[in-house]
Ligand binder design. Sequence first.
Ligand SMILES: *Cc1c(COP(=O)(O)O)cnc(C)c1O
Length: 345
Amino acid sequence: MANSAPLRLLLDGSALVANWRWLAGLSGGAACGAAVKANGYGLGARAVVARLAQAGCRDFFVATWAEAAALGPLPAGARLAVLHGVRAEDMADAMASAARPVLNSASQVARWNAAGGGACDVMVDTGMNRLGLSLAEARSGLLDGLAIDTLMSHLACADEPGYPLNARQLAAFAALRAAVPARRYSLANSAGILLGTDYAFDLTRPGLALYGGLPVAGATGPSPVAAIEAQILQVRTVAAGESVGYGATWRAPGEARIAVLNLGYADGYLRRFAEGAFATAEGRALPLVGRVSMDLIAVDASGSDAGEGDWVRLGLDLPALAARSGLSQYEVLTGLNDRFERRWC
Ligand SMILES: *Cc1c(COP(=O)(O)O)cnc(C)c1O
């Protein structure tokens, strides 16, 4: 039997599915896929794919062939695309896989063609200058004869709806669609879906919003999917004026009951998340006190009878944690690592 973990991520499968349905609704007539790279943004890609496929999602995206392999056999009807395409080192895996590569450069296109190719996706850069063929390359005839399933591009600034690059990328992509034949066209990530159905084309590719992240500040948000539960390892009474933790940064204003939790920055719960944070036990808020250690954190459990061995919950309010820490919501989510047991409910 596996060792029992003293901390876990509680994952709400109904919230995940509800978020996908919400995004699918906003995608209008377009199909709604799911980005499950980085192990489903840290939640567990296999479990995410199983739940979303059950709900009707058919198109999934990972970054690498290792991530594709880690998913194992896909549910019936599900399709997978590998966003980073094919390096020379990937060709054996790619040819043996049912997943499609997303070809990003002229040399990837040549490599795929030389190997006899087959169905693939193609990424074209419309202004982000990250991965993808240039517009000129895409129109040069380089793609002639390729069996393109999905021609896609990616938005650089969709989380800032008023930013002019959004409309420029949309116009460039619409023009490209008229010039390069493909079975489907796809532009929008989570934030792009909120820009409206003009951006949806045939297929949308949300990630963050599926997992409870707020793609655009002030938007009506998706439901939270993940929460942390950590076990209390020890409870101690601290006298007025005594300090707790490294640097003695917190001093008890009066006698306090301090619970020490199995959670720290090496789990992905960073020092910068602590300010204003609290755990809850039976509906009562237990404020974090002192610094977050590598594997431990302390909460003020005065007035609560939570004891050694009990579990307390810490919400993962992604926009709030991001604002507090200066990180993006993506960094907060993907930083929660394998020390957590992932438990779906
Ligand atoms: C990660 C990614 C997505 C999903 O983006 P979110 O902002 O998480 O919705 C979509 N498309 C591509 C190409 C990506 O790399």
